[in-house]
Design a protein around this ligand. Structure first.
Ligand code: MSP
Length: 518
């Protein structure tokens, strides 16, 4: 029997009207780091990402490219897969909403809402923003434009199916309160929670959830001239990927409700209002937490294709390497807040934290191990003064600090805690100066100092691994240890004194060669 706790984490499924960019990569990297960390803490993780392939916006993008929609989405999907591979994303599944398993699940969901009397036929008249795939009322428009993205809206007049969202106002408010009282708020961070609560208190209208003026979507099982409103279609990916609507419900039973949906702050109403109401209507428990992160800002503006301030993940990975890329966004931007990014700050983080602190520490130690100890890891020191250095204490506090930070999704704090150990190891080498002990022929002392510092490196690499899996794997390989990304019992691996004696270490190229420009 499987006794591992389960952990289900998702990213939004991305629109395939464009290629992956820094914004979509950001959510995906953050989710990946948490998924990797939870695997290391012994959870059975299901990490889902995928693509949102239906709707008017995609149909229009296909048309503009002179392609039929399916060929268009098929041509874009590999670009996402390639980008996620380049960024070392460890997703367990990749769902595309044009897949039969998804269509089947969406149709099963419609049948369920129909059976429960949660939907009815009506007429919609109002505004629609195609880029955001969002309905707006006349009063919500700002100067006649979409209040969200500022672009043109179109007037829609259609006979549609409606979901009784208005009936869920009180139930949603009670639900948010209950989750908060239980100590696991449904909406995080708190600013977003307040925003959603006041929106719901303002009153909810029934929602048009089918469209008839175009056909690129999932047809309603009982009204095939209607296709599913793309947001309803998209949200359902979180359960169709687990087999909802199929005969095999094992994954659904195991992983639902999701532990975390990671989303950008622009799509919280869909995830925090419509989604839990839909699930309640179908008798399904809502997810545990929706966490909304902020926007990456380049020169103070949200990065977007229309603003032309987009850099590609590939160009940054080429310059900095994948791990430095992942590190930068999780270290320099507070997860949950908007964050300014720039080439200058990226170079600074790279040279300071990675090249100087981490990369240098590793190279120096491996060089000294080779030079003074014949390239073999020493045995743990016994009753020497080195055994009483501050390193074991700092390393001992790290698992708890890291876990507490990750509970809050404070990646920056988790990395900072790891850097406390890395910096302490650098200080230790400076103050203990093993080269002096070597000069005076004190081999016992040299071995003791190097043991302590190497052990700090071994442990630091463990805690770097969720964010920088390639470098950590390389550090462990150079130390003669096994595959750090396969660690499943972080707590015991992180215990001080785990470095075996006599391992053959290998020197190598600098992990983060300094960058001299900008
Ligand atoms: N397809 C919908 C999501 C459906 S989920 C059931 C969608 N897709 S998207 O491709 O437009 O955006 C996906 C996510 O990327 C959003 O959460 C959005 O906030 C995020 N980002 C897009 N640009 C961003 C930044 N500049 N910065 C950070 N994240 C931003 O919405």
């Amino acid at each position: 029997m499987d006794t591992k706790p389960s952990f289900y984490i998702t990213t939004p499924i991305y629109y395939v009207n464009a290629e992956p960019h820094l914004g979509t990569a950001y959510t995906t990297i953050a989710a990946d780091a948490l998924a990797r960390y939870r695997r290391m803490t012994g959870h059975e993780v299901f990490f889902l990402t995928g693509l949102d392939e239906h709707g008017q916006k995609i149909a229009q993008a296909a048309q503009a490219a002179g392609m039929d929609p399916q060929s268009w989405v098929d041509s874009i999907a590999p670009k996402f897969l390639d980008t996620w591979r380049m960024l070392e994303i460890s997703n367990d599944d990749f769902i595309r909403t044009t897949e039969p398993r998804h269509t089947r699940g969406v149709q099963a969901f419609w049948q369920e809402l129909y059976r429960r009397g949660e939907i009815y036929q009506g007429h919609y008249e109002g505004w629609y923003c195609v880029p955001d795939e969002t309905y707006w009322s006349e009063e919500e428009l700002v100067d006649g434009k979409c209040p969200q993205c500022g672009r043109d809206v179109q007037f829609v007049r259609e006979d549609n199916w409606f979901f009784r969202l208005s009936a869920y106002q009180e139930r949603l408010l009670e639900f948010y309160e209950r989750r908060e009282a239980e100590g696991r708020p449904f909406i995080q961070p708190e600013t977003r929670r307040n925003e959603v609560v006041s929106f719901v208190k303002g009153g909810l209208k029934d929602l048009s959830i089918s469209r008839t003026t175009f056909s690129w979507g999932v047809p309603l099982p009982f009204a095939p001239d209607h296709v599913t409103y793309v947001w309803i279609d998209a949200l359902l990916n979180y359960i169709t990927a687990l087999g909802y609507g199929s005969d095999d419900r094992a994954k659904f039973e195991r992983f639902w409700p999701a532990d975390y949906h990671f989303v950008g702050k622009d799509i919280i109403r869909f995830h925090c209002v419509i989604w839990p109401a839909m699930l309640m209507a179908a008798g399904i428990e809502p997810p545990k937490t929706v966490f909304a992160h902020g926007f990456l800002l380049a020169k103070g503006e949200k990065m977007s294709k229309s603003k032309g301030n987009v850099q590609t993940p590939a160009s940054l990975v080429e310059k900095f390497g994948v791990d430095a890329y992942r590190y930068y966004f999780l270290r320099d931007v507070v997860f949950g807040q908007d964050g300014s990014i720039s080439m200058e700050s990226m170079v600074q983080r790279y040279n300071g934290d990675l090249a100087n602190d981490w990369g240098n520490l590793v190279s120096r130690l491996l060089n000294m191990t080779e030079k003074y100890l014949g390239g073999r890891t020493p045995a743990a020191p016994e009753h020497t003064e080195e055994a009483e250095s501050e390193l074991p204490a700092i390393a001992g506090a790290l698992p708890g600090r890291y876990e507490a930070a990750m509970q809050r999704l404070d990646y920056a704090a988790a990395l900072e805690a790891t850097w406390d150990l890395i910096k302490a190891a650098n200080r230790y080498i400076e103050t203990q100066a093993p080269w002096n002990a070597a000069k005076s022929g004190d081999e016992v002392r040299v071995a003791a100092i190097l043991y302590n510092a190497l052990e700090a490196v071994r442990i630091a690499a463990l805690f770097c691994a969720p964010v920088m899996p390639k470098t950590s794997a390389e550090v462990w390989r150079r130390l003669g240890l096994g595959d750090v990304t396969a660690v499943r019992d972080l707590a015991s691996e992180a215990a001080w004194g785990g470095l075996p004696a006599g391992l053959a270490v290998t020197k190598g190229e600098p992990l983060f060669p300094r960058i001299y420009e900008e």
